[in-house]
Ligand binder design. Sequence first.
Ligand SMILES: NC(=O)C1=CN([C@@H]2O[C@H](COP(=O)(O)OP(=O)(O)OC[C@H]3O[C@@H](n4cnc5c(N)ncnc54)[C@H](OP(=O)(O)O)[C@@H]3O)[C@@H](O)[C@H]2O)[C@@H](O)CC1
Ligand SMILES: Nc1ncnc2c1ncn2[C@@H]1O[C@H](COP(=O)(O)OP(=O)(O)O)[C@@H](O)[C@H]1O
Ligand SMILES: [Mg+2]
Length: 277
Amino acid sequence: MKKITNQILKKVIRQRPADSYKGTYGRIALIGGSQNFGGAIIMASLAAVYAGAGLVTTITDPTNQTSLHDWLPEAMFVDNHDFKTAAPIIKGANVIVIGPGLGTDNLALSLLTRTFELVHENQTLIVDGSALTLLAHNHLSLPKPSLNILTPHQMEWQRVSGIKIADQTPTANQKAATALHAIVVIKSHRTEVYVNDTVYQNTGGTPAQATGGMGDTLAGMIGGFTAQFSDKAKATLAAVYTHSAIADKLAKKQYVVLPHQISEALPKFMLKNQAEN
Ligand SMILES: NC(=O)C1=CN([C@@H]2O[C@H](COP(=O)(O)OP(=O)(O)OC[C@H]3O[C@@H](n4cnc5c(N)ncnc54)[C@H](OP(=O)(O)O)[C@@H]3O)[C@@H](O)[C@H]2O)[C@@H](O)CC1
Ligand SMILES: Nc1ncnc2c1ncn2[C@@H]1O[C@H](COP(=O)(O)OP(=O)(O)O)[C@@H](O)[C@H]1O
Ligand SMILES: [Mg+2]
């Protein structure tokens, strides 16, 4: 098992070239946020924008539009009932994040299956939250052309892999991750990332992070990092490390760390830890 340390940051976060523009840093579509779980997709979208994604569109229930724009005027909005408008956004994205607050009703299942049908090569698909539960309960297959990144907590991983939490050893997890042909980020107090034959373990993280929305934020960050940085596996490792490193720093001065505070700290953290050209 390899450790994820601060060494990953400068391998991934680069100084921005002067002649770049928003298109250089990727288009992300984030799909989720039912009427009850709007906060989840707002937190994921916030993380994607603050991590530096060039263009972000949030496909969500219309009841979330005002709150989304209150938090994040940078994000574009598409009504999740209007798949005719959503489809070209999904097809045109470099990265798709699906699942934070998506819920598990029929509309959620339809959004998931139609998104799986649309995704193509050169896209990164991040499957989180309710999308993992739907994937497991409906025995769906992951799309083949895209690079797929799964971000389950331990119960979601139990649902997807069939491995009970007590039996989630690196050997068992690796076998299941390999069978899925996906990068798998198994979240816990010491998150593990499964990439091909290698298991990585994060070295940071604090119980001050144990707040609803913390994983939604990580999903958006992985989206923002993979949209901008070319090595998608390393970008995932850097996002996992950054998420906990910011939390550890904030936790020195506060008892709990709120998910949106991690997002708000991202621009300064990334500037401080970038590799200079
Ligand atoms: N503000 C918002 O809009 C928010 C919206 N959210 C959205 O809600 C949706 C549902 O996601 P979810 O994770 O809340 O529920 P679910 O998938 O049923 O898992 C919980 C079950 O698993 C168990 N469990 C065991 N180990 C565990 C572990 N390590 N980590 C976590 N759970 C663990 C746990 O056991 P228990 O705590 O009961 O002992 C319980 O039985 C999803 O779309 C998400 O994005 C949330 O992000 C919150 C903020
Ligand atoms: N005790 C802890 N130590 C370190 N990290 C934690 C701890 N508790 C939770 N986290 C982190 O918080 C996130 C929780 O993700 P998840 O359960 O999907 O939250 P949500 O769905 O509510 O956004 C993960 O990144 C996990 O690593
Ligand atoms: Mg979650």
